[in-house]
Design a protein. Structure first.
Length: 370
């Protein structure tokens, strides 16, 4: 490697450490060097940490995404007859909730929305979306083509962001080596092989709400909502819409306008929850059982409420609800019907490369016990 290339890369890292910003093109170029492994591991790690610490701009997030999507993402666009939606959280938040966004995806899919999810195993949380889907019986190590078919047939699919079958060049290599949150939690998750038109994203800090909405709009999303939920004190947050306190939202539309506003549980017709009621445990099997209980309509408390609240923006952005409030009500109806469990069965049946019979039997046994 040329000494000049090392020095140029290092100079940009120095700039980030000083709090300066390097723009979309330079960020894209540096990410290309990281993805192609053209820099030593120490330089790569320093770059990821410095860019995250500096607080990336919308342009820098877009540059990061652009490099990952172009160089290291298998393209797998499903053929469906309506808009394709993704929802996820960035992680790195202070309140570690259970897998709310995953449950919201299944509920929305049970309501007729096509969900193309893209996530990872736990890095900063207790149980990531890939961990939970795997526990429930979904094949998370399958080819991207299997996920595409799952979206088309079952209405929901999950691309594993830590799999070389989805990101063959480097993302899986990098994520397997780090145990701290970086810009990859944002930019990497945006590199969805399905290229959805509509997105709902939770972020770990309120300062990221508007910048990420601007980034998604620049990337070509037609509509989207970016949210950061707060606890009762307003001092600690989650990468979900919150039933503990206020939620800060940036909503963007096809015409390019961005609306910023806040909602409360009460305004959505929901009671305020206690934090302990929505936290995740360390036990994946226990969390899977709770997951199934919510989908069966047996959960009547805080877990049901926060899932309904986080399903609402999906239904609203797709035009299946005229407002977030109406979206909450429709999500409640889907949950009460038990259709969510049927949709989970569909997902397990289709997103598997082998015979899913044994996994479906295990899922049914779990359902009998909750």
């Amino acid at each position: 490697m040329m000494e000049e290339q090392l020095r140029e890369f290092g100079a940009s890292v120095d700039a980030l450490i000083r709090g300066e910003h390097i723009g979309r093109q330079r960020t894209r170029d540096m990410f290309r060097e990281v993805l192609l492994n053209e820099q030593p591991d120490l330089q790569q790690g320093a770059f990821l940490a410095a860019l995250t610490s500096a607080g990336p701009t919308p342009e820098e997030i877009a540059g990061s995404w652009e490099a990952i999507f172009e160089l290291d993402t298998v393209k797998a666009r499903p053929e469906v007859d309506r808009v394709l939606v993704e929802n996820c959280g960035t992680g790195m938040d202070r309140i570690k909730t259970f897998n709310v966004s995953t449950l919201a995806s299944v509920v929305a899919a049970a309501g007729g929305v096509y969900m193309a999810k893209h996530g990872a195993r736990a890095i900063t949380s207790k149980c990531g979306i890939v961990d939970m889907a795997e526990t429930l019986g979904v094949d998370v190590e399958c080819d991207a083509s299997v996920v595409r078919r799952s979206v088309e047939v079952a209405g929901i699919g999950l691309f594993n962001g830590m799999s070389a079958k989805v990101h063959p060049q480097a993302l899986s290599r990098i994520l397997s080596q780090i145990r701290f949150g970086t810009i990859l939690n944002i930019a990497g998750s945006l590199a969805n092989p399905a290229s959805p038109e509509v997105g709902v994203r939770g972020v770990y800090a309120k300062e990221l709400v508007l910048p990420l909405a601007l980034t998604m709009r620049e990337m070509g999303y037609q509509r989207g909502i970016v949210a950061h939920g707060l606890d009762a004190s307003g001092e600690r947050g989650m990468d979900e819409l919150s039933t503990l306190g206020r939620t800060i939202i940036a909503e963007f539309h096809g015409d390019g306008e961005i609306d910023s506003y806040e909602i409360t549980p009460q305004a959505m017709g929901l009671p305020v929850a206690q934090e302990r009621e929505v936290l995740s445990s360390l036990d994946r099997e226990r969390e899977a059982a709770r997951f199934i209980r919510v989908l069966m309509g047996k959960e009547k408390g805080a877990r049901r409420d926060i899932v309904a609240l986080n399903t609402a923006p999906i239904l609203y952005l797709c035009g299946d609800a005229s407002s977030l409030q109406e979206g909450v009500g429709k999500a409640m109806d889907i949950l009460a019907s038990g259709k969510g469990l049927d949709k989970l069965r569909d997902w397990v049946r289709v997103q598997n490369t082998g015979d899913p019979g044994e996994k479906l039997e295990r899922l049914d046994r779990m359902a009998e016990l909750v």
